[in-house]
Structure formats: structure tokens, C-alpha cells
Design a protein around this ligand. Structure first.
Ligand code: NAD
Ligand code: DAU
Length: 366
């Protein structure tokens, strides 16, 4: 419930939810929280199980009566339409994406396929299914999970807000920006009831260790070099994934149709400062002498077109729903380090040969 629940009425009551990309990092955290929280709501998880989709994440839901897994591609129109016909979804929560900027620089087309084309396939299936039901007078919602990267790169000052013009600068953010435009186009053209969120960098359990935080934790545990791009002065705003999932849950029910909301952790850090903190937290958790792992920091060639800074003004979300993040960054990171240490089997399973090969090709030491 929103912090100001007494002031708000629920705008949407999900009954049958299509979750896309629910075997990935944020999607699996979302399902692990929502399936038990809403036993009267049915959840269908459509996931292609790319390298980033991991069924191990969802083992706890295997016997849940209100949860079903479907293996498939969101860009497969026949499959998506048949799922709408079978399950009569009232709600779509759309996470599925190719999500890693470095991969988008090496191979952009899969990002266009999933992030842009896949989103339009879902929008079209929702439009077809829902317009058959009295021109959207039913209670439906298409929730599109997007990123702050669509706004481009900030300098030392300034914040993104809901009115910031789009300026995507990587193939990943360009493909997400295109998907955002299609979601709004379906609202304006067809009246498709959508809500869109653009969120800052997430961290927490089940994040694939190609992203900065789990990569640093994994390499520190193993005593391997920790790659920091460029000088490490780029800035990101970090949000615990549980806070993100709870914000989506509230926005899905209480957000205004047709609106966009920015979600922020209000925790900006330079990469180098975040990495140093994480390394200290790993040393502390492992009982190593203080500062042991700092020597692992290795400055490597910068990411091409590396966005300098992301930062968000989340006033709209706070004012409309009373939502603010609950995690303190240091404590959230400490808990995350603990989670990866306690789930070494999970880390080992995702650390396969192709993953290692990818990093060998990518990172040239300066
Ligand atoms: P992820 O890469 O961990 O997971 C993506 C999931 O989508 C995987 O399970 C994968 O198998 C699935 N998938 C990929 N292509 C598919 C396809 N064609 N059909 C069906 N499933 C497919 O991503 P994530 O970090 O969990 O991000 C989820 C969403 O949140 C994305 O839309 C991303 O743009 C957005 N987002 C992420 C962050 C972040 O910090 N991770 C921040 C803001 C927004
Ligand atoms: O802002 C939201 C976005 O955050 C999401 O939309 C993306 O899906 C998600 O991947 C993330 O994008 P980033 O590019 O910011 O995240 P990443 O973890 O790849 O990198 C975080 C910062 O750390 C970035 O400035 C690049 C830097 N970096 C990253 C890696 C993997 C390093 O210095 N070394 C590394 O090895």
C-alpha cells in the first residue's frame, strides 16, 4: 500500500498478470515478492531464458498455485496472442529486455528485437485483446518498466525529471527510448491504459555478474581484478531492487493512466567510491584485514560513449504516492554482499565459459 493510502483510491486492481522477463534480475525479485503477497492474483511469467534469465531464481515459486512459467519470446506474436486468449490478462508488467549497455555496443540488433519490436508485439496483443472488451472500459493496465538512460548524460549538476527531453546515447538506451515512445503512442492513439516508469540503477539479489555491483563482489570474493572504466568518476544513482519492485507495485495500482514516473534511490555515488566501499564490505564480511581488496582495483579502457552522470528528481512519485526508498545504500550493499556470499552455488552456476570469454575480449588493461 502507498504511504498515503488513505488519501488515494486504487485505480487498477490486477487479477491476471502477464510478467515478461520474470526470470531476470528485477523480474524475479518482483515475482518473489508479489506472488506470495497477492495469492488471489494469477501471474504468468513469459521469459525467453537468455543468458540473463535464470530459472534457479524462481525455485521458491515452483509450487505456488498462482504462478505459471512460459518459455518464449515476447516478439513471437502468435505466442503472445494465444497467452492473452488463454489467460485473459488484465495487466502486463513488462520487464523483458536486453539490459546490458556493453553488450548493446557489441551486438545492437538483439536489443532492437527484444526491447523495441518485442514491446510493440506486446502492446499490439494487449490492444487486440482489450479492445474486444468494450473499448477499454474494463480495468486494464500495461506497465512499462524503463530506464533513466533514455534521458542521456548529465554534467556535474542537474537532475532528470518527467519533462526531460529524450537523448539516448547507447544502442541499449536508444532501443528502450523507442519502446517508451511506442508505449505512449499506444496511449495517445488507441487509448491503451499504460503507466511508464524510468528508474535509476538497481542492485540486490539475483543480479547477473556482468553489472558493476555483482561483478565487483564476485571478483573480490575470488581475489580477481576489479575493472573500473576510465577514471571511475562517472556517477550513478543506486536503488535497491526491493524498493524498485515495491514502487512498481504501488504505481501499477495507484499511478495515473497515461503518466510517466521517475524512480530514484536518491543515492548518487562516483563509481570509484562505490567500488571502494563494496571492496571494504566484502573484506569485512569475509573477516579479511581491512583494505585488503583495494589492491584489486584495475582501471581499464573506458566504455565508448560512456554516459557521465545519471540523477533523478523523483518529486512526482513522492508527491502523488508518498513513495520514497527504504534502503540506506551502505546497508543495502552490506546485505547484498551477504546474499552473494550465501549463494555461492548461484554465482557458480551463472559464471559459465561464454561469460568469461566475453570479458576476456572486452577489457584491455591500460
Ligand atoms: P535482466 O537482463 O537481468 O533480465 C532480462 C530478462 O528478460 C531475462 O530473464 C531474459 O531472459 C528476458 N528476456 C530477454 N529477451 C527476451 C525476449 N525476447 N523474450 C522474453 N524474455 C526475454 O534485466 P533487468 O536488469 O532485470 O532489467 C529488467 C527491466 O528493467 C529492463 O526492461 C530494463 O531496461 C529495466 N531497468 C533495469 C535497471 C537495472 O539497473 N537493472 C534499471 C532501470 C530499468
Ligand atoms: O540507469 C539504469 C541502467 O543501469 C539500466 O537501464 C541498465 O539496464 C543497467 O545495466 C544499468 O546501466 P549501467 O551502464 O549504468 O550499469 P553497469 O552496471 O553496466 O555500470 C555501472 C557503472 O559502472 C557505469 O558507469 C559503467 C561502470 N562499470 C561497469 C562495469 C560492468 C565499470 O566501471 N566497470 C565494470 O566492469
Amino acid at each position: 500500500m502507498p504511504n498515503q493510502s488513505s488519501l488515494l483510491s486504487e485505480r487498477h486492481s490486477p487479477r491476471a498478470v502477464l510478467v515478461t522477463g520474470g526470470a531476470g534480475f528485477i523480474g524475479s525479485n518482483f515475482l518473489l515478492r508479489m506472488v506470495p503477497r497477492y495469492p488471489d492474483v494469477s501471474f504468468v511469467n513469459l521469459d525467453a531464458l537468455t543468458y540473463a534469465g535464470n530459472p534457479m531464481n524462481l525455485e521458491a515459486l515452483e509450487s505456488a498455485p498462482n504462478y505459471t512459467f512460459v518459455h518464449g519470446d515476447i516478439a513471437d506474436a502468435a505466442l503472445v496472442q494465444s497467452l492473452f486468449a488463454t489467460h485473459r490478462f488484465t495487466t502486463v508488467v513488462h520487464f523483458a529486455a536486453e539490459s546490458h549497455v556493453d553488450r548493446s555496443i557489441m551486438a545492437p540488433l538483439s536489443f532492437v528485437h527484444t526491447n523495441t519490436v518485442g514491446t510493440v508485439v506486446l502492446l499490439e496483443a494487449a490492444r487486440q485483446a482489450w479492445r474486444g472488451d468494450a473499448s477499454y472500459t474494463g480495468d486494464y493496465r500495461f506497465f512499462h518498466v524503463s530506464t533513466d538512460e533514455v534521458f542521456g548524460s548529465l554534467g556535474d549538476d542537474g537532475l532528470f525529471d518527467e519533462t526531460t527531453p529524450y537523448d539516448p546515447r547507447s544502442p541499449y538506451s536508444a532501443s528502450k527510448a523507442a519502446s517508451d515512445h511506442f508505449v505512449r503512442a499506444y496511449y495517445h492513439t488507441y487509448g491503451l491504459p499504460m503507466v511508464l516508469s524510468n528508474c535509476s540503477n538497481n542492485y540486490g539479489p539475483y543480479q547477473f555478474p556482468e553489472k558493476l555491483i555483482p561483478l565487483v563482489i564476485q571478483n573480490a570474493i575470488n581475489g580477481e581484478p576489479v575493472p573500473v572504466y576510465g577514471e571511475g568518476t562517472n556517477v550513478r544513482d543506486w536503488l535497491h531492487v526491493h524498493d524498485h519492485c515495491d514502487a512498481i507495485d504501488q504505481l501499477l495500482r495507484y499511478g495515473q493512466t497515461g503518466e510517466t514516473y521517475l524512480i530514484s534511490g536518491a543515492a548518487e555515488r562516483r563509481n570509484i567510491d562505490l567500488v571502494r566501499l563494496l571492496l571494504d564490505l566484502v573484506d569485512d564480511a569475509l573477516g579479511r584485514p581491512a583494505r585488503t581488496s583495494q589492491a584489486l582495483i584495475t582501471f581499464v579502457k573506458d566504455r565508448p560513449g560512456h554516459d557521465f552522470r545519471y540523477a533523478i528528481d523523483a518529486t512526482k512519485l513522492r508527491d502523488e504516492l508518498g513513495w520514497t526508498p527504504t534502503y540506506d545504500l551502505t546497508e543495502g550493499l552490506r546485505a547484498t554482499v551477504r546474499w552473494y556470499l550465501d549463494h555461492s552455488d548461484w554465482l557458480a552456476a551463472v559464471r559459465d565459459a561464454s561469460y568469461l570469454e566475453y570479458y576476456k575480449q572486452q577489457y584491455v588493461h591500460r
